[in-house]
Design a protein around this ligand. Sequence first.
Ligand code: CA
Length: 236
Amino acid sequence: MSLRVLLVEDDRLLRSSLRDALSVEGYDIRTAASLADARAQSQNALPGDLIDLVLLDLGLPDGDGQALLTELRRSSQIPVIVISAREAEGQKIRMLDEGADDYLVKPFGIGELLARMRVALRRRGHASEPALLHYQHGPLAVDLRLRRVRLGSQDVHLTPTEYALLARLVRQAGQVVTHRQLLTDVWGPEHTEQTHYLRLYMGQLRAKLETDSADPQHLLTEPGVGYRLAEPDVIH
Ligand code: CA
């Protein structure tokens, strides 16, 4: 059965080009051109006809897409990817902290959108895939069950904090995690302003895990927003 995607986008041309491109990939696309339309479609979905993922534009004729995200998150963990022309860092952070799975700034390539959709669907445990416990990207392998990190055939020794930071990123591999989310989960909610902790520990992790810390391949920076662990090669 194909996955159902609700595309909320008021730009007619973009809506039809995305619908066509995603249909070719086998997704079943529903479209909405306004907040009201999107609400009707997400609330009136019948059991067995549920939507699997939402692509959400922010600037809509009858309001801001953020309102729909907030409403959805009260009752649902459905993956939501924001697609917007607004690239302000504050906006991205707000949407991610509100529970968006990811954020793509227009214009974006269809390949990138498909990759983000795959990651978001996997993270929500679609098709009853188990949560990611083993991460592999190139020579880097992280086993969360064994708490083991390897680079090629070598074990890598990490401090407990370095490991906690890496494990947090592995749990959301392929998705951006905001500074605030990382600080809250690794150091605790009283440390959300201590972004220098993150810079320090990310530097240490990169020194241990990247061939060239200045050109990281695994631990990617989302400027002003957070970090993203590269999408894994294979899902175990
Ligand atoms: Ca718009």
